[in-house]
Design a protein around this ligand. Structure first.
Ligand SMILES: [Zn+2]
Ligand SMILES: [Zn+2]
Length: 240
């Protein structure tokens, strides 16, 4: 399984060469390429990428806004994003139900509901191909069924909105926002995931001193027995 971090920027105003495009991950396996998330930055750029399918985590513009003028391929989205995808005029649409594995050309996607937004309920995906399983969760406060979501995963791809400061608010009974990298590394430690990569970078990372931040992330990860780094646009990772 090959992972290409097409974009690594969160919903922020600034961008740099390293974090220019909204978070999106291309998953490649045996010739099949599936794009996960397609934010507004990707509008008019999908045809060049030519994925076999696009899978969406939630209906926020930095994850689905690139579909505003439709899509040249099938789009898979959780029920909560169905109306948005319909309203964008996407012709071939599929609903991904929670905890029901869907296979696209040998790549399996299982959606796990995560706390993040009440208006745009989000999922994280457990993605498996061949012998490799990873978990992709670019916007997350809390993963329900975290144990099942992360069990046996070789890599956790998480939310880089903030390093240590929680960006979490409470609305009625729901938690909305983003958990810091430090908290997500603790999840990896608890569930035995050996490696983490953070995408969806917030202004702390994008506007900060990259070297300092990189070593801070490595330090927090090492304390937890995890290997971690920040993704940059175009970065490729081969998982075997
Ligand atoms: Zn986002
Ligand atoms: Zn979001």
């Amino acid at each position: 399984m090959k992972l290409t971090f097409l974009g690594t920027r969160g919903e922020i105003d600034i961008s740099t060469k390293q974090h220019r495009m909204h978070s999106s991950l291309m998953v490649t396996y045996q010739g099949t390429e599936v794009m996960v998330d397609c934010g507004a930055d990707w509008l008019d750029k999908i045809e060049d990428l030519n994925p076999e399918a696009i899978v969406i985590t939630h209906a926020h513009p930095d994850h689905a806004g690139g579909l505003r003028e439709g899509a040249p391929c099938p789009v898979y989205a959780p029920e909560a994003a169905r109306h948005l995808v319909e309203s964008y005029g996407v012709r071939e649409r599929h609903v991904i139900e929670h905890r029901k594995e869907v296979s696209i050309g040998g790549i399996a996607f299982e959606a796990f509901p995560v706390e993040h937004s009440t208006r745009a309920p989000a999922v994280g995906y457990r993605i498996s191909a061949g012998r490799v399983t990873i978990f992709y969760s670019p916007d997350v406060v809390y993963i329900h069924d975290r144990k099942q979501a992360l069990s046996g995963a070789r890599l956790y791809v998480g939310d880089g909105a903030t390093l240590t400061r929680a960006m979490v608010r409470k609305r009625n009974d729901a938690l909305i926002g983003h958990s810091p990298i430090r908290t997500q590394l603790t999840w990896c430690q608890k569930e035995g995931v050996p490696r983490a990569i953070f995408t969806h970078c917030g202004s702390e990372i994008v506007g900060g001193d990259e070297q300092k931040i990189g070593s801070k992330v490595r330090e927090m990860a090492e304390e937890r027995g995890v290997q971690a780094r920040i993704a940059t646009d175009g970065m490729e990772v081969v998982m075997r």
